[in-house]
Design a protein around this ligand. Structure first.
Ligand code: AMP
Ligand code: MN
Ligand code: MN
Ligand code: MN
Length: 275
């Protein structure tokens, strides 16, 4: 069975519609796909409704990727296989969505001062019905020719510590885990090596995540050194956490694909045993 438990659609900063994402996942041999948009389950709901009418040969798992704050770091918690109508989860996502809009207004104000006017409207246009993210601002800056790549937009303007960065007021990790557990889901620490944490701080994060009721950490992603996968597998075992795997697919590129290179180290148990 090929599991890909981390992916995005147009309902956050992904480029594909939920249906396009599902079609691509099937094409790439994915058996079980979780849609985990930033702070929304709208993309999952759309996909689920479509599959109910047009059954396809793939299992869809409900999901969400919640932005949290932790000692000044922005840590992402993925919720899997949850009741997406649960009131505690719904209330948390509503609050996160309001924070996204408020932050977007502040980012646009800073960009305007840097000589880039009218960015809020442009970013909102790109986001459409979906949640607005910094990736939308990065795309606008790129589309208008102000930066050579979306990554450069983060590096020069909207990344942490840059001139147009706005510190977010995301919920605490404990709040995100509690809402996921209340909704009957599994809480997964997303991409643990992407927070620029020292070894000591990563261990502190894993210990606190476990204590707060966390279930698993992402051990495998397509673009990683084998040593990282083994290392994260060992850490998962040490902290009595299960392993998860996902591509974090946003849009087609030459270097990342749905379902590609996803497997857990031999001694690491998959979160899907709880589904
Ligand atoms: P947000 O959650 O609104 O802060 O947006 C962050 C999103 O932007 C991430 O989920 C990534 O998809 C995307 N992104 C791309 N490059 C970077 C970067 N260098 N730093 C942070 N986010 C990035
Ligand atoms: Mn993203
Ligand atoms: Mn993330
Ligand atoms: Mn993601």
């Amino acid at each position: 069975m090929k599991y890909d438990l981390h992916s995005h659609t147009r309902f956050s900063d992904g480029h594909l519609t939920p249906i396009q994402l599902i079609e691509r996942a099937i094409e790439k041999g994915v058996d079980v796909l979780a849609i985990t948009d930033h702070d929304t389950v709208a993309g999952y709901l759309d996909a689920q409704a479509h599959l109910a009418e047009h059954p396809r040969d793939i299992t869809l798992i409900s999901g969400v990727e919640i932005s949290t704050k932790w000692h000044g770091f922005e840590v992402h918690i993925v919720g899997l296989n949850l009741d997406v109508t649960h009131p505690e989860l719904t209330a948390l996502l509503q609050s996160q969505q309001t924070k996204r809009l408020e932050r977007a207004e502040k980012i646009a104000a800073k960009l305007s001062k840097c000589g880039f006017p009218d960015m809020l409207e442009a970013a909102k246009n790109l986001a459409g019905d979906g949640e607005i993210t910094r990736a939308h601002f990065a795309e606008v800056l790129y589309n208008q020719g102000h930066v050579k790549s979306m990554q450069k937009a983060f590096d020069k303007f909207i990344g942490k510590g840059k001139g147009c960065y706005v510190a977010s007021q995301w919920c605490e990790i404990t709040t995100a885990i509690a809402a996921i557990k209340a909704a009957g889901g599994q809480a997964v620490l997303a991409h643990p090596t992407r927070y620029d944490l020292s070894k000591k701080w990563l261990r502190k994060l894993l210990a606190e995540f476990k204590t707060a009721g966390g279930d698993a950490i992402e051990v495998a992603r397509p673009q990683q050194a084998p040593t990282e996968r083994q290392h994260l597998g060992r850490l998962a075992n040490e902290y009595q956490l299960l392993g998860s795997q996902g591509s974090d697919f946003h849009f087609p590129t030459n270097w990342l694909e749905l379902g590609k290179n996803l497997y857990l180290p031999k001694d690491c148990d998959g979160i899907w045993q709880r589904f």
